[in-house]
Design a protein around this ligand. Structure first.
Ligand SMILES: [Zn+2]
Length: 391
């Protein structure tokens, strides 16, 4: 596209306030005091890590209710959280954890003011009604560097009954405050650093080449890709490297800002149905699919839209990742492939996905909301190729 060819039109929405930096977690309790009287503290796998927050609330004379969630959020789990928050009269939700805890908290915060059941508002499997009321004030405190969920407007929930993952989605769900403290990620083990970091990488590449990209999200993506290229290996090899952790926390935040406003692509289009049907961590699934999704997209663009902007964008991705000013689109794919090899990212087969599951997953991915952002419309054969290569 040349200057003057088309008029720009875009929207950008994010958390009302973002606090970033080492030690900013100390701001959570003072900020929460301004927002409500009885917080629900949603925590993930390691509730003890959030114990200091409960202690700080106690010192401030505020009784907070701690809710320890297990694993990725589901419709049933969110119902439990809403019930607990209602009975304890919570008027504020703070989520401290990875993407799962943050999504669970985000969903509970929305249902507290909108009433009804999660399924009333869920896409695909539910009634898909729009949320009408703003959530109770919601503070998101990520302890991993990957999902960017602290600044997204959706909560991904699993439905065991339907074997899918679907979103509760509304701009009304955006956090009142996102507190991104890289120090909280220092203890993340190498495997989780790799899978969440590769999710962050995917969430910077897909919005950058997305059909819905805009100049603001472009800037977030380029900055984030530059940071990932310089820090993900270091964070994996040496978890206590504070500078690397800071870069990855920032990259994750930038990815969240980008995906919430520019959408995603075919990798996340597959990650949603795979996550619903199989017990597989989201980041590792994205990582297994990413090089193949990129390669097939680039091949399709070379064949069907070589003059468009997408190829140039994949070249920019390659140059940012490799640091080589003359890198070609395919060099970016190779960089990602090598990273996945070095991180020992397992193929999708290791989660129990078999050849017989391919047609169903391809069908579901072709309908997934993320796939709509893919830069080029892939044929069913091409979609199948992406998945088969990742098996
Ligand atoms: Zn993701």
């Amino acid at each position: 596209m040349r200057v003057g060819e088309a008029a720009l039109r875009f929207e950008l929405a994010t958390a009302s306030r973002i606090l970033f930096g080492a030690g900013v977690v100390r701001e959570v309790v003072p900020a929460a005091k301004q927002m409500g009287r009885r917080p629900l503290l949603v925590v993930g796998h390691s509730p003890h890590r959030a114990a200091f927050l409960a202690e700080e609330f106690k010192t401030a004379g505020i009784g907070c209710v701690t809710w320890a969630t297990r694993g990725e959020p589901s419709v049933t789990l969110v119902r439990e959280g809403v019930e607990l928050a209602r009975s304890a009269q919570c008027d504020l939700v703070i989520a401290f954890g990875g993407g799962s805890a943050i999504d669970a908290g985000k969903a509970v915060a929305a249902l507290l003011t909108n009433g009804g059941d999660p399924t009333d508002y869920l896409e695909v499997i539910g009634k898909g009604q729009p949320l009408e009321n703003a959530s109770v004030p919601f503070i998101a405190v990520p302890t991993t560097a990957g999902t960017g969920s602290e600044v997204t407007r959706n909560a991904v929930l699993a439905s065991a009954e339907h074997r899918v993952k679907v979103s509760l989605r509304s701009p009304l769900m955006l956090a009142r405050l996102a507190v991104v403290d890289p120090e909280l990620t220092l203890e993340l083990p190498p495997a989780a650093t790799a899978s969440t970091g590769l999710d962050a990488l995917t969430q910077l590449i897909e919005p950058y080449v997305s059909s819905r990209a805009n100049p603001l999200t472009d800037g977030f993506c380029r900055e984030g890709l530059h940071r990932v290229s310089r820090s993900l290996r270091r964070a994996y090899q040496s978890g206590s490297d504070r500078a690397a952790r800071e870069f990855m926390s920032l990259a994750s935040l930038l990815g969240g800002l980008a995906l919430a406003n520019a959408g995603l692509g075919v990798v996340h289009g597959f990650a949603a149905p795979i996550g619903g049907m199989f017990d597989a961590p989201h980041g590792a699934v994205c990582a297994a699919l990413l090089p193949h999704g990129m390669a097939i997209n680039i091949r399709a663009v070379r064949a069907r839209a070589p003059e468009g902007e997408t190829l140039r964008r994949y070249e920019t991705v390659a140059r940012l990742l490799t640091g080589k000013p003359d890198a070609l689109a395919e060099d970016g794919v190779e960089w990602v492939r090598q990273l996945c090899r070095d991180f020992q990212i397992p193929p999708l087969r290791s989660y129990g996905i078999e050849d017989k599951d391919v047609p169903t997953l391809v069908e579901k991915a072709s309908q997934a909301s993320s796939t709509k952002g893919n830069p080029i419309s892939l044929t069913m054969d091409e979609l199948q190729e992406v998945l088969t290569l990742a098996l």
